[in-house]
Design a binder for this molecule. Structure first.
Ligand SMILES: Cc1cc2nc3c(=O)[nH]c(=O)nc-3n(C[C@H](O)[C@H](O)[C@H](O)COP(=O)(O)OP(=O)(O)OC[C@H]3O[C@@H](n4cnc5c(N)ncnc54)[C@H](O)[C@@H]3O)c2cc1C
Ligand code: FES
Length: 262
């Protein structure tokens, strides 16, 4: 059945993670698996997609960066307020034995959910941010036994100085990685995809396009080239699928279908 009607959920807790990201803990489970997303509806405001940062069968966590009108309204919510949730939607990450994760922006949150569930895998988890004040979930990630955490900041305030893709290059050069997983800014994901291709290994990329319905009906999130709706074929897509997308790493489309260059 199509998930067209939101289920109302109460905000149980709000955690300030860094300068622009808060985690919203909701008193609902949607049975989401790592990689999937939900649509969040604030009555009389709007509805927008967000990756699931955690779902343990009791509560749902969403890590939301304040970047515009809707996400700022989310940040204004208080404990006890209610939002509508539709989903889970989209594809999930597929596990491999030795995995390299590359997260930028809010991307570390859905990757953390995956790392926590992939207990039998060895993971090199690379988190990048412009400075230490924008790092996300590094405390949680460092507590996972099967994970080696690498941090990169543009200004060198913590971890290695420079882009996190440079750390990925080193991790891949050391050998043994079966698959690269990446969530975050598209230019970063593009570089990661090209590195995986060069290394001859697979990658899973969380493709974000402007989404409305979330289940393949409105056509708003379709990409150029393969034409697939990323809300159904993605957000998590294999390298081979992503390489068929003409706009990957170049542009996306806004709510009116207008091209916006990255
Ligand atoms: C599958 C998926 C998972 C996402 N997961 C997260 C997450 O975990 N945390 C998080 O903070 N953000 C996530 N986003 C992005 C989030 O949906 C947008 O940042 C948010 O909608 C911004 O809305 P706004 O009104 O605050 O800002 P706006 O000023 O409207 O937009 C800011 C940016 O967000 C993009 N955006 C706006 N509306 C949408 C939409 N309906 N669909 C896709 N992109 C949009 C715009 O293209 C623009 O680049 C995800 C997007 C997708 C598609
Ligand atoms: S969001 Fe409607 S088809 Fe993807």
């Amino acid at each position: 059945m199509l998930d067209t009607i939101p289920r109302m959920a109460r905000v149980k807790a709000i955690l300030q993670e860094n300068e622009i990201v808060k985690t919203f803990v909701l008193d609902i489970t949607v049975g989401a698996e790592p990689g999937q997303f939900v649509n969040v509806w604030i009555p009389r405001v709007d509805e927008k997609p967000f990756s699931v940062a955690y779902d343990d069968g009791h509560e749902l966590h969403l890590a939301i960066a304040a970047v515009g009108d809707f996400s700022r309204k989310m940040h204004d919510l208080k404990v006890g307020d209610k939002v509508g949730i539709r989903g889970p939607f989209g594809s999930k990450f597929k596990v491999a034995k030795r995995m390299a994760f590359l997260g930028g922006g809010y991307g570390a949150a859905p990757l953390y959910f995956f790392a926590k569930s992939a207990k039998d895998s060895q993971i090199d988890f690379i988190v990048g941010a412009r400075s230490k004040n924008y790092l996300l979930y590094t405390d949680r990630i460092s507590k996972l036994e099967n994970v080696t955490l690498h941090i990169a900041t543009d200004d060198g305030s913590v971890g290695s100085k420079g882009y996190n893709t440079e750390v990925l290059k080193t991790v891949l050069a050391s050998g043994g990685i079966d698959c690269v997983y990446t969530v975050g800014p598209e230019i970063m994901m593009y570089k990661a995809a090209m590195m995986a291709k060069e290394a001859g290994i697979d990658a899973q990329i969380s493709m974000e396009r402007y989404m409305k319905c979330g289940f393949g009906v409105c056509g708003n999130c379709c990409v150029d080239g393969s034409g697939v709706p990323t809300c159904v074929a993605g957000p998590v897509m294999d390298l081979a699928e992503v390489l068929k997308i003409e706009d990957f790493g170049k542009y996306h489309r806004n709510n009116l279908g207008k091209k916006i260059n990255f």
